[in-house]
Design a protein around this ligand. Structure first.
Ligand SMILES: [Zn+2]
Length: 337
């Protein structure tokens, strides 16, 4: 099947009471790892690319790899999503390239660093909703700011300084018409989220419950939701890496979020760590190896293992064949109505 609308994936997830992992990619092996995991677990899935990923793949490679994914895995509904679009122009270019979903992150200015005003955020997000929905493309917005900088994007703010305001969230969704809302609840992008296992003080899951109560039909998105598992840190460090001790978002906390309206969960760091650990292991154990496949195959396999585990934990496993995906034209007609 062709790439599908993210909105439909999330609507179906809401009906079924599960979440859908959104996994970042930069290359062929990562796309293959995700699609193999989706096939093995029969999962619908979201593949997403940051601005950095788009420039790394020169856009066209990414697009054609995704077309290949839909040909090789025709039974898997897969949406291609622009992660953290910094301006309406970025979102527009993604839509023109064939992305079926875009994030307009108007919580930051177009420099991708400076926290913006509410009015600016409403204005740029609404602009993207108008041009995206006319083509059947899904829009995710963000209110509040996450901590941490990744791929050159993000305000280096205290993760607790700009939590999403549940009342402002209602006004934001009403005025913009977005399909999904990314919320700030104390998490950060990247590996270094928490210095100890997070409590409700720093990972404010209660905020999700409050937002969901105000917006029961809006799909909520958790960013910065890698779990940064100890065993992956250990493999990296055992084979010569130098990761400092850190804690991510425990999978059981994400599962609580899914009970309160979270439908999209962004995961990148865990997959990066899985690949890096596997590559380091080969380099140490087989220093004579020099064929890239000698380390890229185990890297792909290690990432697939993480994605399979997340798909099962988020509940999307088993749902790939539940529904008939709509075309983008049908989605556009639906938005118009
Ligand atoms: Zn993010």
């Amino acid at each position: 099947m062709p790439m599908v609308s993210m909105r439909q994936l999330l609507d179906e997830a809401a009906k079924g009471g599960y979440g859908v992992g959104a996994f970042n990619v930069n290359n062929m092996e990562q796309i293959q790892a995700i699609m193999e995991a989706a096939r093995e677990t029969k999962s619908p899935v979201i593949i997403q690319a940051s601005r950095g990923a788009r420039s790394y793949t020169n856009d066209r490679f990414l697009y054609h790899l995704m077309v290949a994914a839909t040909e090789v895995y025709p039974e898997i509904p897969v949406a291609l999503h622009q992660d953290h679009g910094n301006s309406p122009e970025t979102c527009k270019s993604a839509i023109e390239m064939g992305f079926t979903s875009v994030m307009m992150d108007g919580s930051l200015m177009a420099d991708g660093k400076t926290p913006s005003s509410f009015e600016y955020n409403v204005q740029v997000t609404k602009e993207v909703v108008e041009l995206a929905h006319a083509r059947g493309v899904t829009v995710e917005g963000e209110l509040g700011c996450l901590g941490g900088i990744e791929d050159g994007h993000g305000a280096d703010v205290d993760a607790l300084a700009h939590l999403t305001d549940p009342d402002q969230a209602v006004e934001f969704v009403e005025r913009t018409g977005i399909d999904a809302l990314a919320v700030a609840i104390g998490t950060s992008h990247g590996a270094y989220k928490f210095s100890k296992k997070p409590t409700g003080e720093v990972l404010v899951m209660k905020r999700i419950e409050e937002i969901h109560k105000n917006l029961p039909t809006t799909h909520l998105v958790m960013h910065g939701s890698s779990s940064v598992p100890q065993e992956l840190q250990d493999i990296i460090n055992q084979y010569g890496g130098k990761m400092k001790p850190t804690f991510g978002v425990p999978v059981e906390e994400i599962q609580k979020g899914i009970q309160h309206g979270v439908r999209k969960i962004n995961v990148d760091t865990d997959n990066r760590m899985a690949m890096t650990g596997a590559i380091r292991k080969v380099f140490i154990e087989k220093p004579e190896a020099f064929d890239p496949r000698d380390y890229l195959k185990p890297a792909r396999e290690a990432m697939k293992k993480v994605v399979v585990a997340r798909m099962i934990a988020f509940g999307q496993a088993g749902h790939a064949g539940d529904y008939q995906p709509m075309t983008m034209a049908e989605m556009a007609a639906k938005y118009k109505a």
